[in-house]
Ligand binder design. Sequence first.
Ligand code: SAM
Length: 381
Amino acid sequence: MILKTEVCRFCESDIESVINFGKMPIANGFISSVDLDNEYFFNLEAAYCPKCTLFQLVEMPDPKILFNQNYAYHSGESNSMQLHFSEICDLLINKYNLNKNHFCVEIGNNDGGIVEYLNLKGFSHLGVDPSKNVSDIAKGKGINVLNDYFSLETSNKIIQSNSKADFILAANALAHIPDLYSVFSGIENLLTDKGIFITEDPYLLDVLNKTSYDQIYDEHVFIFSLTSMQNICNKFNLEIFDVEHVNTAGGSLRYFISKKNVYKKSSNFNKFLDYENNKNLLDTNTYKLFSNNCLNSKNTTIDLFDKILSENKSICGYGATSKSTTIFNYCNIDTKYIKFITDTTKIKQNKLSPGMHIPIYDYEYFQKNQTDYCFLLAWNL
Ligand code: SAM
């Protein structure tokens, strides 16, 4: 099933199309050759809302198709994400005086997440994630896990079985959840009166500035900015009191959110709001420029690959990322250009890349079959 919208998924105003990438497979849908006849496609089109600035997908496959027992992204495989999560754990302890009486909930903790480090240090925690395979890995590490979608209903279940949360955490999770009303009312409900919700996701201005159109794929139903996040919080008893830029996921914004009028707003808050105003997030021309930049990037990528092939040189891909699915399918890059992709995640190995069907092999294969060029796909890590 496809969740398609003609109006803003949050404020229901008319949206304006930014770019249509055309037919696209599931970004994390690494596929076996025997299953090729059943490969699933949808139309990947991004739009923005001129009223609340929310950048969003027009079509999104049903989350049950994306987040299930076969979810292929495992953050435990990434050393840089592990370091990042342990640093967030330290931030909670050092800046927010996390103690053993506090209860922390992480939305989308995947195969470990921030709660993995909280667990190692003996803090009370719960990870909530609907993808069964990664939840099982997290449980195997001794982490407390609820294998479910975070929503208003889930927040009530957590309050009944545990308590309200002093800290709610999310990294690269909110952008994946189409029902913002359910998620934010769940957060408002679950958070204690002085509780803090820390969430980070790819930042719209990084995507626009870097032409990183590979951030646009089925799972990223939203790409947030401070302005759009503020508009969302305004509808609830929630407000952003601090914000900071972090380098993960290709450039992200980390939002510190509480109930209204609890914490003093930081100077960073106004700094980022001014920055966004200066970057004209409400101006159609901003998105026209981005769309043109994407087309230019596609053309220069294909020209470069053609030149390499004309010199009889070979290319492989490094990191079978979900993001590369958008690049390969938009640019029509298949095995003519890329011999194979290497990835350390076992669930992706010996499968084919979504849509373009480039074979994926382990690191040993990469070392033994050296190519002249390597196309870095996991650039954000
Ligand atoms: N937090 C990890 C990180 O930053 O690397 C994992 C991010 S992964 C890209 C997104 C995770 O969000 C997946 O594990 C997915 O199963 C989970 N997710 C998707 N929808 C969710 C929902 N409604 N509630 C909680 N988690 C969700």
